[in-house]
Design a protein around this ligand. Structure first.
Ligand SMILES: Cc1cc2nc3c(=O)[nH]c(=O)nc-3n(C[C@H](O)[C@H](O)[C@H](O)COP(=O)(O)OP(=O)(O)OC[C@H]3O[C@@H](n4cnc5c(N)ncnc54)[C@H](O)[C@@H]3O)c2cc1C
Length: 426
């Protein structure tokens, strides 16, 4: 039987970053798909460049970005000042909605401000009244922003995205990706707009997100990635992994496969109902001529519109043909009728004025399944319990889906590097 020091499952950002951090050590990467990259793949079609879904970057660790760039051989990287909006009742409101309620019609502005004030006043102004409960995501939205902001934007938008009852999600299900704002921020923004967020300025390689995958791959030992070879079973006691081609004994295994699948492959008893997620159908669409300018993406809370977000690659690349990604959320068990969705997307793009008689000249679609995991109290507790058992057998579950979390590619790289250094220390 073959044996290896570290068996890595998945050649997405997390798996490749793990291999790169092992620096030529004794490892093998198993990748189920025929191609590396996981969700960070890029499609080039008739002069259009699209990712699986809009992927934009804002590195917090300068050394990680520099390390990647050194391996990107002259690749031009665009630096873009984000312009994002909410499409609300025929208007474009600056994002985030909660900080720009003064852009709403007067009666709706007063409604939002009134509800925000009375939701926040107990906590922020020390009125003595008990603050509203925040035991889950939906309650957090009501407690922090008041009924009107919650019901006009935050709830319908997030329900379209997560495709679930928001009261099942943990209060911090979106972590640092949620644009919080307090009463003072909202009032100040009326006179001194400051809509900065974690990704106010973002970067994007001319060749698409896959350029970061190639950069990581360049630090992986040639021949160390086995594509088209899924992990099919793990014998935890013997530390043996089984694929359709072979059995491999490992000292340790690092998996970036979705956590619910990993625990199944390892035969750990657990409650599968605890792990739920949405899937996202993405359409990448290329048209014959330019569309709206000065916008990078738009959020759509209106339940009449099939999509929750549309992004404009042509305004990121400064090109002269409308190039869109369009995202639609579904519950994990939904049957996705791509043709029916495509027709609705094209109709809704016209209704929103994104297209006006444009001719579609290129297209691509993909279902990301899972896309956003549902972070709940139960999923966090069960993940902690099962990950502990796996670690006891030398199996480490990392990445967006292995960690059952919400994160960026930079977070994946940071996590992979920290794990590999912990091996050295241990
Ligand atoms: C809609 C959407 C938008 C996003 N936008 C951004 C963004 O703008 N910026 C950003 O930084 N991040 C963004 N992300 C997050 C980013 O895509 C992820 O953090 C990153 O791609 C996750 O990499 P990963 O390696 O952890 O997982 P994955 O990319 O899922 O890779 C896991 C790999 O494991 C393989 N695998 C699974 N099971 C097995 C098995 N049994 N055997 C072998 N291989 C297996 C899969 O084929 C896959 O290649 C976005 C994610 C989504 C869903």
């Amino acid at each position: 039987m073959e044996s290896v020091g570290t068996l890595i499952v998945g050649a997405g950002i997390s798996g490749l970053a793990t291999a790169a951090a092992l620096e030529g050590g004794d490892y093998l990467v198993l990748e189920a798909d025929a191609e590396i990259g996981g969700y960070c793949k890029t499609v080039h079609e008739k002069g259009f460049t699209w990712d699986y879904s809009g992927h934009f970057f804002h590195f917090k660790h300068a050394e990680i970005e520099a390390w990647l760039r050194e391996r990107m051989g002259g690749q031009k990287i665009r630096v873009v000042e984000k312009r994002s909006f909410v499409s609300y009742a025929g208007r474009q409101i600056d994002f985030p909605f909660q900080k720009n309620i003064h852009q709403l019609p007067r009666d709706e502005f007063i409604e939002c401000l009134h509800d925000l004030y009375f939701a926040r006043a107990p906590a922020e102004l020390g009125s003595g009244a008990a603050p509203l409960p925040e035991t889950n995501f939906k309650e957090m939205l009501y407690a922090r922003f008041g009924r009107a902001i919650a019901e006009k934007f935050l709830i319908p938008y997030n329900e379209k995205l997560y495709a679930c009852d928001l009261s099942t999600l943990d209060r911090d299900a979106m972590g640092r990706f949620f644009p919080h704002a307090n009463l003072t921020d909202v009032i100040r923004n009326m006179r001194t707009p400051d809509n900065t967020s974690y990704n106010s300025t973002f970067t994007y390689p001319e060749g698409g997100a896959f350029e970061y995958v190639k950069a990581l791959e360049s630090a992986v030992r040639p021949g160390a990635i086995a594509t088209g070879e899924p992990l099919a079973r793990i014998d935890l006691e013997r530390r043996v992994a089984v694929t359709p081609r072979r059995e491999i004994r490992f000292e340790r295994l690092v998996s970036s496969a979705p956590f619910d699948r990993l625990v199944r492959l390892a035969g750990l008893s657990h409650d599968p109902a605890v792990f739920t997620w949405n899937k996202v159908l993405v359409f990448n669409l290329g048209f014959d001529r330019k569309g709206p300018r000065d916008v990078h993406w738009v959020y759509y809370p209106d339940r009449e519109r099939v999509f929750y977000r549309v992004g404009f690659y042509d305004n990121i690349f400064d090109t002269d043909r409308l190039s869109l990604y369009v995202e639609i959320g579904f519950p994990r068990d939904a049957v996705v009728d791509v043709a029916a969705m495509r027709a609705r997307v094209l109709r809704d793009l016209e209704r929103e004025g994104v297209t006006s008689g444009h001719v579609l000249v290129a297209e691509h679609s993909v279902v990301m399944d899972p896309a956003y995991v549902h972070i709940t109290q139960a999923s966090m507790a069960e993940h902690r319990r099962l990950a502990g058992i796996l670690r006891g057998h030398g199996v480490h579950s990392i990445g967006r889906y292995g960690g059952w979390t919400y994160c960026s590619i930079e977070d994946n790289i940071v996590e992979a590097r920290a794990l590999v250094s912990s091996f050295g220390a241990g």
